[in-house]
Design a protein around this ligand. Structure first.
Ligand code: ACO
Length: 322
């Protein structure tokens, strides 16, 4: 029997600086009322210059290891999801590896925008099942404040910075169903122009800013994420009623509510952090998971469905028995 990937520990890091909608409205042509009505967002965290994806990812990884009672020597792989890496290379995962004092194993980054954490979890789970690793840190870490176009009020009010991490440990194959039950990841590159960054280090004179056609993304998000939920349930012979918690990507309160209704889950069974964190892209799912884990809402043995969608278009789900 192949091993199970157990979520042994969960960690997070948020920059110290909190920026409310009212503070943003001093420099951007917007209002607290517009932002809250359209998205549910009340505030976000913005990184200071030293709070890079590697810095925040390292801090989140440390808390995940501590939560698992694990040491850096237990880590034999780091997979870090980010669209805002410190450098083109080395991979941000390797900056984290060095900062943690991990001296063995592998490390690499995954670029799958807001679905990055679910993608990274899927890859890590496959590697654990294949026997290639026994202890893997999966991290989502983002500094979207560095790629926002402050002249575009339709996007710059939506995002925040932060990092979340889980430490996956190969289960002993005891016959229990604890751990990652399934992951499903998808991509449709033909939709690359509805949500993208218009540059990168490989482009002449184009550092890159985020561009989004919000209504188009909204439309695809609702239908693709609904399909992802159906797919996860069908693959595990489960009904929506079996799910204890939905931990969705935190982009927009209206999309989150639509997903909760689809599963027939009352709002108190859906973890929502978009009000406090805004959209932190690849960090949003592990940040939300961490919040509900540390405040005691999510407990061992419960069934948790994670889902996310991002620029690419990319989307996916992970079903986990905690
Ligand atoms: N403040 C005030 N007014 C604004 C602002 C703002 N910040 N932004 C836009 N407006 C105005 C527009 O100018 C427009 O005015 P008009 O009617 O006079 O032309 C009006 O508000 C409506 O603008 P829309 O962009 O059509 O607003 P919409 O209702 O579509 O809401 C939103 C925008 C919140 C972005 C929504 O489309 C959305 O949430 N989309 C999905 C985002 C998402 O799910 N992303 C997930 C992945 S993110 C990633 O991968 C990086």
């Amino acid at each position: 029997m192949s091993p199970r990937s157990i979520l042994a520990g969960i960690g997070a890091y948020l920059p110290e600086r909190v920026v409310t909608n009212d503070e943003l409205a001093r420099t951007v042509d917007t209002t607290d009322a517009w932002i809250q009505e359209r998205t549910g967002i009340q505030q976000r965290h913005f990184a200071a210059p030293h709070e890079t994806a590697a810095f925040m990812g390292t801090a989140a990884a440390r808390t995940a290891l501590a939560d698992a009672g694990a040491q850096p020597s237990d880590v034999d792989g780091i997979i870090l999801a980010t669209s805002t890496p410190d450098q083109a290379f080395p991979a941000t995962a390797l900056r984290v590896q060095a900062a943690l004092g991990v001296t063995k194993g592998f490390g690499f980054d995954i670029a799958a925008a807001c679905a990055g954490f679910v993608y990274a979890l899927s890859v890590a789970d496959s590697m654990i099942k294949a026997g290639q690793a026994k202890g893997v840190l999966v991290i989502g870490s983002e500094v979207y404040s560095r790629i926002l176009n402050w002249a575009d009020r339709g996007t710059c009010v939506l995002f925040g910075d932060g990092a979340g991490a889980v430490f996956l440990r190969a289960g002993e194959g005891t016959g229990t169903d604890q751990g990652i039950l399934s992951t499903h990841i998808h991509a449709q590159g033909t939709l690359g122009d509805i949500l993208y960054v218009d540059g990168a280090v490989g482009q002449p004179d184009k550092p890159g800013h985020l561009v989004m056609h919000g209504r188009e993304v909204f439309r695809h998000a609702v239908s693709r994420l609904a399909e992802a939920v159906e797919e996860a349930l069908a693959a595990n012979n489960l009904k929506a009623a079996d799910i204890d918690w939905l931990v969705p990507h935190q982009a927009n309160r209206r999309i989150i509510d639509a997903m909760g209704r689809k599963l027939g889950l009352s709002t108190d069974r859906v973890v929502i952090t978009v009000e406090q964190h805004a959209n932190t892209s690849a960090a949003s799912v592990p940040l939300a998971l961490h919040q509900a884990w540390t405040d005691g809402r999510i407990k061992r043995g419960e069934l948790v469905l994670l889902e996310a969608l991002g620029g690419g278009l990319v989307w996916g789900s992970a079903l986990v028995r905690m």
